[in-house]
Design a protein around this ligand. Structure first.
Ligand code: ME8
Length: 515
């Protein structure tokens, strides 16, 4: 039977600078979702990439004495390298300056023209280069410093030029009807409510081309016009599946199951994007999820504030698994979150090094020492054995449910609740004491513990994709028996296990080390 498909995307990042932790957070979270769905039997396609046009790119390049293309080339490589460094399993990496993307953007434009939704006019209004967004007068305000800012607090400037408009106003009722019929279209619910009230408040037509600069996808047949960066940016999600070539086998993956984005760009994905797609006669994505923002000890990170922490340095300092686990477990996905050195060390030493790492190390060392490294055969199971095994078997259903609504932290909570319980079980059974009093019972406890670790490691792979497979290696679990469908098949007693080694190093501060 063909596997069900699952198409998931991140936002594509502006490569006007190098990636920061916010970018790392989004791609790690989306990777956890993609891996979870793969292990859960789906044929996953996971897309990420860079959004290279627009005024912001042009202005940054000019400041650095580069062409926009040179700036994009340099930083796109840094985003690609970040994905690699963080063990991201994306199937494609799209850059909006690629020929395939020009083709797709021009094709969707022409489809919108064919629907009568594009007309020439003059735009006059407020524009934020930082957000690459137009704001209505009522969405702007003047701060105490006299600077006028838009909805997200970034400075706006008055722009006036000849542009093409997209008939967004025509889609107000159609969008509201779609929201009504698809209550899961946007998550979390609070963000969906914001979208609905924005659309109910009335939609004005959207300026979708620019004539004062040329760093963009040319508007077909209109010299001097390039597309508004968000028109081409959003199109990346269909470019990657071969649009407009609907005979491309990849096209069967559309509509996307999930667009993962930050809360600041929900309006583009939940209002403009579906309107463009409706106009072009293309199916709408199933869900858009706006995650929260990550702050450094509660302070907003941004290039201008100068406290951007380098994701490469973070992965280097704590290890990729620990960094990923911390971000996924500590921050409730959908809410804002903060990170600090202390919080990362406390969380990962407790959950990874102590709770899972030590349990594995202690139980596997006992097997190595007392059972010649051969997985012992369990005797009759006690009520405690049955209870812990039943708890481990019960992890999958709530994990699935949590992931279906992008509650990544809840899935990890579910798995680590079993890790805690397994530690209580191990301490309570005290196999080191049984070694002298009841060797057979010790063997049963060690087998049961190994089996719990196997189940936990299988389920933990999406979050800690380097260490979890190492744990499975230590249990001699074959590479083709590591999916969620394999949770039910138990370890075979009598197999030889490799020599145990630690897979979750404990973070030790340099100062403590020398103390
Ligand atoms: O918005 N914490 O690009 P971008 C969490 N090119 N997420 C954050 C964050 C933070 N501190 N800062 C940014 C763009 N993000 C557009 C997207 S999609 C067709 C075009 C998230 O580089 C942000 O919300 O500014 C967005 O989802 C992603 O990082 C890229 O941000």
């Amino acid at each position: 039977m063909a596997k069900p498909r699952f198409y998931v995307t991140t936002a594509i990042s502006y490569p006007n600078g190098v990636p920061h932790i916010g970018h790392a957070y989004e791609v790690i979270a989306t990777d956890a979702i993609a891996r979870f769905m793969r292990h859960d039997g789906h044929d996953v396609f996971f897309l990420t990439g860079t959004d290279e046009h627009g005024l912001k790119m042009m202005q940054t390049a000019a400041r650095e004495g580069l062409t926009a293309r040179a700036l994009a080339d340099r930083n796109a490589e840094a985003f690609r390298a970040m994905a690699k460094a963080l063990a991201i399993s994306n199937d494609d990496f799209i850059r909006t300056t690629e020929p395939r993307h020009y083709r797709a953007s021009q094709a969707i434009w022409e489809a919108m023209v064919a629907s009568g939704d594009i007309y020439l006019g003059g735009y006059e209004g407020w524009y934020s280069v930082r957000d690459e967004a137009f704001y209505g007068e009522d969405e702007t305000s003047v701060g105490p410093d006299g600077v006028r800012v838009g909805g997200q607090g970034t400075p706006v400037e008055w722009t006036k030029e000849e542009t093409y408009f997209f008939r967004l106003s025509k889609y107000q009722d159609k969008l509201l009807a779609h929201y009504e019929a698809h209550p899961d279209f946007v998550g979390p619910d609070t963000r969906f409510n914001e979208v609905i009230s924005f659309v109910k408040g009335g939609l004005t037509d959207l300026s979708v081309s620019r004539t004062t600069f040329d760093w963009g996808v040319p508007v077909p047949g209109s010299d001097g016009h390039v597309m508004y960066v968000w028109v081409d940016a959003l199109t990346n999600y269909i470019t990657a599946l071969g649009y407009p070539d609907v005979d491309n086998p990849q096209w069967a993956r559309w509509p996307a199951d999930l667009h993962v984005i930050g809360k600041d760009i929900v309006r583009f994905h939940a209002v403009y994007w579906p309107a463009f797609l409706m106009s072009a006669g293309i199916a709408l994505p199933k869900r858009v999820y706006g995650h929260g923002f990550l702050f450094n000890r509660g302070e907003k990170m941004s290039k201008s504030l100068g406290n951007v922490v380098d994701p490469f340095a973070m992965a280097e300092a704590y290890g990729v698994d620990a960094m990923r686990y911390f971000l996924l477990r500590e921050v409730a996905f959908g809410n804002d979150g903060s990170y600090s050195h202390e919080a990362i060390v406390a969380r990962t030493n407790a959950d990874l090094a102590n709770d899972l790492g030590n349990l594995a190390q202690r139980s596997l060392s006992m097997i190595a020492k007392n059972c010649d490294g051969v997985l012992p055969k369990p005797g009759a199971l006690s009520d405690e054995d049955k209870a812990i095994l039943a708890q481990a078997d019960a992890m999958l259903a709530p994990s699935r449910e949590a992931m279906a609504s992008q509650q990544i932290h809840r899935y990890l909570e579910t798995v680590w609740a079993v890790v805690s319980e397994a530690n209580r079980y191990f301490a309570g059974q005290a196999p080191w004491a049984l070694r002298k009093t009841d060797f057979a019972r010790m063997e049963t406890v060690l087998y049961v513990t190994a089996e719990i670790i196997r189940k936990v490691a299988i389920l933990a792979q999406p979050a800690v994709p380097l260490a979890a497979p190492k744990l499975l290696d230590l249990l001699a679990v074959p590479a083709d028996a590591r999916d969620f469908a394999d949770l039910d098949t138990a370890l075979t007693p009598g197999i030889s296990l490799p020599a145990p080694e630690g897979v979750f190093p404990r973070y030790v501060d340099k100062a403590d080390e020398t103390a």
